[in-house]
Design a protein around this ligand. Structure first.
Ligand SMILES: [Zn+2]
Length: 503
């Protein structure tokens, strides 16, 4: 497939989420500098001043902002897919890190990034540009390698005092824009862009070495996890060629943050085993479906429908499931609900897929057929009990229909399967509120906030919970125990923030 369609290559004109992320990082970096300035030698401050806990605290703070950003892709299907991919690659490491999070950012610019504290973000543009799962896995494994090799911490340690000073000045401008003073908004945007460039500039010496190392480690992960190791080189090569031919409007951000040279690609090719030896996996259907789903979100609804109709017409009799599904997703955007159900029908006969069932249930709910939608969810959950998107969708619909008692009855069972999901706790809290059980409401809300990385607000909820007049001794003491637990965690976080001077 050639690089097609302006939608794929259109760069977001406004300050996208990544620039704001860079801004947040700069604030963290700039404040780290104040720690560094107290030390006589800046040569090796990473181990001396940046503890793992501090790194985590900085990372969590950035993630808290990111999660609230509309560009953060909150879709549980997409989230579970990318987490599954990341976990699989990470498991191939000699010493895997289990605490890394993986997420998707709605942005057409081709980019992926690793944040301090172990968070990996992948732009939706990557899904549409990659041609198979191994290519996407190649980009991901490179980011995982940056984290495994602790490159961010090493970059922080490498910056000079002068660089820190200018970064700190710009961070102030960024903070001003965050506080909402309208006149400084534009200035801060400009500052963020400049600061981003500066930061990258300051790291250039390290970057080349880091990039090579990330390629090497990433390639090993890719191969061990059972992907086609050619995925990495082929994607980077295509990215470079497309950039040279100016097929992108502006250089893709990926090339700006990950300088790519012919040397690097040659290096990758040298390390990739000969084609005859490899056992390439066939592409995962989940990858192709998520790729179609994200593609269906590009452009206007009419354009998206037209794209998949053209795709299906081009391939003639071979109707790929992902193209049919993509069309159905696009039709839902165009509010052609009858069309969606008709398109989905052949996909759902025989062996269905949780994504097809979820879409069918969503569209039935859109049409006001809540009972039918709930029935689709119930059936699908029997066939696919491990699919979080179905469990969340089911509980959400129940709550929307005011069936709080059923939410309470069902939520606990789902929580046992998906203990880290904040949304189920949130729905549970709403259900308790609707049935007049404030203690349980605050407890569930606390768990939801805790799982969204907002420890302070979680403690506040528990504090309210224990102040209520409760007759149930067991409930009361269990809430108190949880409050003590989370308070202890909050103390650790606050100590780290204090050390970084970001509190
Ligand atoms: Zn890189």
């Amino acid at each position: 497939m050639p690089l097609r369609g302006p939608a794929i290559i259109a760069a977001a004109p406004s300050l996208p989420v990544i620039a704001r992320t860079v801004a947040a990082l700069l604030i963290a970096f700039a404040t780290l500098s104040s720690v560094a300035q107290g030390l006589p030698d800046l040569g090796d401050i990473s181990s001396a001043t940046i503890t793992e806990q501090q790194e985590k605290t900085v990372g969590n703070r950035i993630m808290r902002d990111l999660r609230a950003d509309p560009a953060y892709v909150d879709d549980p299907e997409v989230a579970d897919y990318i987490t599954g991919l990341g976990t699989r690659l990470m498991s191939a490491a000699d010493i895997p890190r289990r605490d890394v999070t993986y997420f998707v950012v709605q942005d057409d610019a081709i980019n992926a990034f690793a944040l301090v504290g172990g968070h990996i973000g992948m732009h939706t543009g990557l899904f549409t540009l990659t041609q198979n799962e191994s290519e996407l896995a190649g980009v991901m494994s490179h980011e995982i390698a940056h984290i495994l090799q602790k490159h961010q911490a090493r970059s922080i340690a490498g910056a000079s005092r002068a660089q820190w000073a200018s970064l700190a000045a710009m961070a102030v401008a960024i903070l001003a824009s965050k506080s909402g003073s309208s006149s400084s908004g534009q200035m801060a945007e400009a500052a963020a862009a400049t600061a981003g460039a500066l930061q990258i500039q300051s790291q250039l010496d390290y970057t080349r070495e880091h990039e090579r190392e990330a390629d090497r480690v990433g390639l090993t992960l890719l191969e061990r996890a059972g992907f086609d190791p050619h995925g990495m080189a082929s994607f980077f090569e295509r990215l470079m060629r497309a950039n040279r031919l100016n097929e992108f409007k502006g250089a893709p951000s990926y090339l700006r943050t990950h300088p790519l040279t012919t040397e690097r690609i040659a290096d990758m090719q040298d390390r990739t085993p000969a084609p005859i030896l490899r056992m390439a996996r066939s592409d995962n259907l989940d990858y192709r479906l998520m790729r179609a789903k994200l593609r269906a979100a590009v452009g206007s609804p009419t354009e998206a429908v037209a794209y998949f109709r053209a795709e299906l017409a081009e391939k003639g009799v071979v109707r790929l499931r992902e193209d049919v599904y993509g069309l159905a997703v696009a039709q839902r955007r165009a509010r052609d609900f009858d069309g969606v159900l008709k398109t989905l029908e052949p996909l759902r006969t025989g062996e269905s897929h949780p994504a097809f069932e979820r879409l069918a249930a969503q569209v039935l709910a859109d049409r006001g057929q809540a009972e039918e939608a709930l029935e689709v969810y119930r059936k699908a959950l029997k066939s696919f009990p491990e699919t979080r998107a179905l469990a969340v969708g089911y509980l959400e619909l129940l709550m929307d229909k005011g069936r709080a008692r059923e939410v309470i009855a069902e939520a606990e069972e789902r929580q046992r399967k998906f203990p880290e999901d904040p949304r189920i706790y949130e729905l549970q809290a709403r259900a308790y509120e609707a049935t007049g059980r404030p203690l349980s409401q605050h407890r569930a809300q606390a768990e939801a906030l805790f799982r969204s990385g907002n420890l302070g607000a979680a403690v506040q909820q528990l504090d309210w919970a224990v102040r209520l007049k409760n007759n149930d001794f067991y409930e009361q003491s269990s809430a108190e125990a949880r409050l003590r637990e989370l308070r202890a965690l909050l103390e650790i976080e606050r100590a780290a923030e204090k050390a970084l001077k970001i509190s």
